[in-house]
Design a protein around this ligand. Sequence first.
Ligand code: 6OG
Length: 200
Amino acid sequence: WVAYKKVKLYTNAFVILNDAKVLLGYKKRGFGTGLWNGFGGKVDPGETPLQAAVRELEEEAGIEAPLEHCGVLFFVVDGADAAFHIDIFRADEYTGTVSETDEMRPEWFSVQKELLPLTNPQTTADHDHDHAANPQATEEEGPEPETEGLPLPDIPLKQMWADDEFWMPLMFSRRFFVGRADFDADDKMLKWWFAAAPAS
Ligand code: 6OG
């Protein structure tokens, strides 16, 4: 047992358009430099996590979005005097102009099929098969995913925190998730578990 003196509250926010593309930021300085991530930071005293998430998205990407709470992460790091609690938020839309800041270089990435969904992985072949088996599902149904500007690069999982590949598929599937990961002092992820509610 380790008795932590405190828990530090953070936020992380993602804009996901048409379930097809997600805005990530390349962290140019500070914690996580050189990694791609959602936009976020510390919850300031007197702020709710939602207020902090809205503020950080504006500060780091220059946009406003109707953020919704979509998951919770809890990190423990060897040797750290605090544990980290990160509220994850998502939005399907935004207003403003996505802009690079001193801290983050924003870029759109395509939400890969293989990340969707974690609990029911589908290969392209499986997907075709499902489609063929359901004659009701015609190409005409539903709005077309946004294709302007595509193809976009795939989500750069190798340049992201190691936990991300486990919960991002849950976020893309609209399943509220909770997760815990234990890191050593060199940021290597030693142990983890993730759990999710059914899709909302
Ligand atoms: P600033 O230093 O920019 O806040 N963060 C993590 N995000 C993920 N996906 N995995 C982790 O695994 C993380 N640890 C921290 C929270 C840091 C930002 O980085 C996020 C904040 O959005 C260990 O103020």
